[in-house]
Ligand binder design. Structure first.
Ligand SMILES: *Cc1c(COP(=O)(O)O)cnc(C)c1O
Ligand SMILES: [Zn+2]
Length: 486
């Protein structure tokens, strides 16, 4: 048992959570399941109505000290994203909080020779080191803690959780649901053939009810929205604002890693449904509100030009911007292959707030070619990183930002590698073999390809003894490597 000392206790502060409609401003109590405004159908945000008081409780420096101290807490509920309890959902009790090891992901600085190649200093934040191997676990930790809190309050005996997914949302939802168990049951809807085999294996292994539908993610999302309107199901897509809240923790961790110093910091995030980038911006805004950081880091959203509705919107001059979803084309950044992001209204709102406070250069959206994404993935992996295709999209975006003069070499870039490389290793194998479908419009760079080389191909292993095999094998390898005897 953890012995509670004066310094290691669960916080007793409690706030009050309310949903706020982005459009009409209507407010609703936080203890009901809501995904869009019942009055105008717009997107909701969550707000602690007591947030202003947090600024009175402690100075920015005192908050820093508290969060720094909690980095060595032994209380499981405070070891993940809820290290920043007061900034997230300070209504949950310790017993509500689910922690499966998410959060506190490593920030891996690029090797000097890699930084020289790219022309700027940068680090990957490895979100693939979360339990289901993507950042979605941050959101699920908050959403499932909320569901536990809610079930306890309402004494519900069965709750069906449901989500549409480009792969990682379903993996995370199924994992947390399997851990919590009854009264929760997990159902996931996947676009058939549009998630990687690794991602498909995850909800299956966690015992979720996995349903495949024809079409792309955007189609599945519409089905889930329809279901959530008509039946009592808990929707776990990024329309679920509790998930967005949990994902704010990424911003808090980056700020803490920098010692709360935001000078020259630039954050690169891939945009799919746009839940993550809006969560991160919201997180930095809150830190500034409480005086925990004194300025905002610059944000760079990155999209593939095969799925770039947010890029296209912001590429227009301000008075000409018209929101238009796009028809997606196949993208190796498959987890972000979304033409009609449900969180777009959140982007518009938060980007405007961000720009108002930190100037027009504080918010940027870049698009990159599929070719650049695969080249960047191979290149990052070659330099010791475990970047997925979406993390590679950030690296490709950094190169574009440098080329276009949007970022300067004295700045420091943090690239969000949103999932583990292994989830997307199939794309890399196809890149090496030159078997990627032409739809991706990618020509493998020969010097980045790598293949296994077969020696003693004609040898029947069973025809000789182990001794003979070792001697033949060693000779063949030594010859191939041109080894010299000692
Ligand atoms: C979900 C996901 C994204 C896109 O995030 P959004 O919040 O939808 O913008 C990017 N990368 C990976 C690996 C994901 O799972
Ligand atoms: Zn409304």
């Amino acid at each position: 048992m953890t012995k509670m000392t004066g310094k290691d206790f669960f916080p007793d502060y409690r706030g009050k959570m309310e949903y706020v409609c982005l459009d009409c401003g209507a407010r609703y109590p936080g203890d009901e399941l809501l995904y869009s405004c019942p009055k105008c159908d717009s997107v909701l945000l969550l707000e602690n109505t007591d947030f202003r008081n947090l600024a009175k409780c402690r100075t920015g420096q005192e908050w820093q000290a508290l969060f720094d101290q909690r980095q060595c807490s032994r209380i499981p509920a405070l070891r993940g994203i809820f290290r920043f309890y007061e900034l997230l959902a300070p209504v949950f009790a310790e017993e509500d909080i689910v922690w499966l090891g998410e959060g506190a992901t490593p920030m891996v600085e690029a090797a000097l020779r890699f930084e020289k190649e790219i022309g700027i200093r940068f680090a990957f934040k490895n979100e693939g080191q979360n339990p289901s191997a993507s950042f979605k676990d941050r959101g699920m930790a908050c959403a499932f803690s909320y569901l536990k809190w809610l079930c306890r309050r309402h004494e519900w005996d069965e709750v069906l959780t449901i989500c549409a997914s480009t792969g990682d949302t379903s993996a995370a939802a199924a994992l947390y649901s399997a851990y919590v168990g009854p009264p929760l049951k997990s159902v996931v809807l996947l676009p058939r053939g549009k998630v990687t085999p690794q991602q498909l294996s995850q909800p299956l292994a966690s015992g979720a009810f996995v349903i495949e539908l024809p079409g792309v993610f955007d189609d599945c999302m519409k089905v889930v929205e329809n279901l959530a309107r008509r039946y009592r199901v808990a929707l776990l897509n990024s329309k679920n604002s509790w998930r967005i809240l949990g994902q704010e923790s990424y911003a808090y961790e980056v700020a803490q890693w920098r010692g709360w110093d935001m000078d020259d910091l630039a954050i690169f995030v891939p945009i799919g449904n746009a839940g993550n980038i809006t969560a991160i911006m919201s997180g930095f805004l809150k830190l500034q509100d409480l005086g925990i950081i004194d300025k905002l880091p610059r944000m760079f959203g990155v999209q593939s030009n095969h799925a770039d509705p947010v890029y296209r919107y912001y590429a227009e001059p301000e008075n000409k911007r018209v929101w238009k979803p796009v028809e997606v084309r196949p993208s190796v950044a498959q987890a972000a292959m979304i033409g009609n992001p449900v969180s777009f209204p959140r982007v518009r709102k938060l980007a405007a707030l961000y720009v108002e406070r930190a100037g027009a250069e504080a918010f940027n959206v870049i698009h990159v070619r599929e070719q650049a994404i695969m080249d960047a993935m191979a290149q990052a992996n070659r330099h010791g990183h475990i970047a997925c295709t979406q993390g590679a999209e950030c690296l490709a975006g950094l190169a574009v930002a440098l080329k276009d003069g949007l970022i300067h070499e004295q700045e420091y870039a943090v690239l969000d590698s949103t999932a583990h490389a292994l989830k997307f290793s199939g794309f890399l194998n196809q890149y090496f073999d030159g078997t990627l479908s032409p739809e991706y419009e990618i020509v493998p760079q020969k010097e980045l390809a790598n293949h296994p080389e077969c020696l003693l191909a004609d040898l029947d292993r069973n025809s000789i003894s182990l001794e003979e095999f070792v001697s033949l094998g060693a000779e063949a390898v030594a010859m191939r490597l041109d080894l010299r005897e000692k």
